[in-house]
Design a protein around this ligand. Structure first.
Ligand SMILES: Cc1ncc(COP(=O)(O)O)c(C=O)c1O
Length: 429
């Protein structure tokens, strides 16, 4: 979209090619080289993936891995064109913020590109300690520890604390990293119906015997954009003597007046939740993940969690970006309210057009379709109008609920969002 202010004509000015599909073209043009037989490296489970990818490429609608040329933001360059980005996690629009940028560059100069070690041994920098104090202060907990991704933060805390004699009861829509962490822990896994306290009670009362029970929920659900029922989860945790973990990956920076997350949203004392986890690659524009909680918990994780001991430490520029972004969040809380207003504007606009935005009440706004081809083809058509929006298909979401997962940011202008709504209106008519 070379000019986001232009009005939308019935046919887009240009049909943008799908360069991502091109990266496989030779492969798919030559036909399948793989029989998907039982004893082959790619066995029959891989067949569907190859068939759907081949189909998407054949109609020039492969929607993934679109290489961005340059810095991500509300406007990005892809395939040589400026396009409106509508699926980025950069909720606060902090990628490229001058202060964050400067801090990362200074850290690069001073500390270099890597740490040369894992956290427990030689990889801890003074910057790690400063960042962890800043994360703990942000989350309002006694202490925090960081890992090289949010995924690893979940693995670290769940797999080091829980085992086969314990059980986890998690929301059915919880993030994949939480499920993988439970599988790695070998803990008994139960699921409760999404945001349904009655279902949680039933699971607690009717599950297998276990030493300890951990309840898990996301703060904001990544595919649906709704908020967890934190007050009910706390009441049930207390009633049954369970522990509670909340993943703040999509709530950090987006919920509450100051962007402090789900506890701020509900005006609940942070320390009522036993374990907070989150990503530092979304509203906080870097890489990494955190666990925040009591000092005792954090000391334990520093000595017993595998990703702290067996995986390389976060590098200095990423750490400096986290620290500075948290400082910017404190200094510029108006970014949070701008994000929330933009999300409200977009969601209401889509609903007025008759789009199914599901349960969304945050900056994550799904547009749900009846079948996968509709979702994928709408993504392709949006692209022709210069808009990038990612489809999310089974198994990432339930069968029968494919969607475009839109993410609004504080960096979007009203003009850009109005343009997107105009295009959605065109496509719906
Ligand atoms: C709810 C949730 N938890 C954890 C993660 C993993 O975070 P990271 O990308 O930092 O590994 C994500 C990432 O999408 C997420 O949505």
């Amino acid at each position: 979209m070379d000019n986001p202010a232009v009005s939308v004509s019935d046919t887009p000015a240009k049909a943008f090619p799908s360069s991502s599909g091109e990266m496989f073209d030779e492969y798919f043009k030559q036909g399948s080289k793989c029989g998907f037989k039982k004893n082959e490296l790619l066995d029959p489970r891989a067949r569907r993936l190859f068939e759907t990818t081949a189909l998407a490429c054949s109609v020039d609608a492969y929607p993934f891995q679109i290489p961005l040329e340059g810095r991500p933001g509300p406007m990005v360059t892809a395939d040589g064109h400026q396009m409106l980005m509508l699926s980025s996690y950069d909720y606060l629009g902090l990628i490229g913020h001058p202060r964050v940028q400067q801090a990362a560059m200074e850290a690069l100069d001073e500390y270099g590109t890597g740490t040369g070690g894992v956290r427990l041994l030689t990889g801890t920098l003074d910057l790690h300690r400063e960042m962890e104090r800043a994360v703990a202060e942000y989350k309002g907990t006694e202490a925090a520890v960081t890992f090289s991704s949010g995924y690893l933060a979940n693995v670290a805390v769940i797999a080091s604390l829980f085992g086969p004699s314990d059980r986890v009861i998690m929301d059915t829509l919880s993030h994949r990293s939480l499920l993988d962490a439970c599988r790695m822990a070998g803990v008994q896994i139960q699921r409760f119906r999404h945001n349904d306290p009655e279902s949680l009670r039933q699971e607690i009362q009717n599950g297998p015997t276990a030493n300890r029970t951990l309840i898990i929920s996301d703060g904001v659900f990544s595919m649906d954009g709704d908020i967890c029922i934190l007050p009910e989860l706390l009441a049930i945790k207390k009633e049954f003597g369970c522990f509670l973990l909340v993943d703040e990956s999509h709530a950090s920076g987006t919920l509450g007046r100051l962007g402090r997350g789900t506890d701020e949203h509900f005006d609940i004392d942070t320390n009522e939740v036993d374990i907070w986890t989150g990503s530092l690659a979304k509203a906080i524009p870097s890489n990494g993940g955190f666990v925040a909680g009591s000092q005792q918990l954090i000391i334990f994780l520093q000595h017993a969690s595998a990703p702290f001991i067996f995986s390389g430490a976060m590098a200095a520029p990423a750490i400096a970006a986290v620290k500075e972004a948290l400082a910017v969040l404190k200094d510029e809380p108006e970014r949070v309210s701008r994000l929330q207003c933009n999300a409200q504007f977009m969601r209401m606009g889509l609903q007025r057009l008759g789009c199914d935005t599901g349960l969304s009440e945050t900056a994550v706004i799904p547009v749900i379709y009846k079948d996968e081809p509709s979702a994928a083809l709408t993504a392709r058509r949006l692209r022709d109008f210069g808009i990038l929006a990612t489809p999310v298909l089974f198994p990432a979401v339930a069968q029968g609920a494919p969607r475009l997962r839109l993410c609004v940011t504080a960096g979007h202008t009203r003009e850009q969002l109005a343009f997107a709504l105009e295009v959605f209106g065109k496509l719906a008519s």
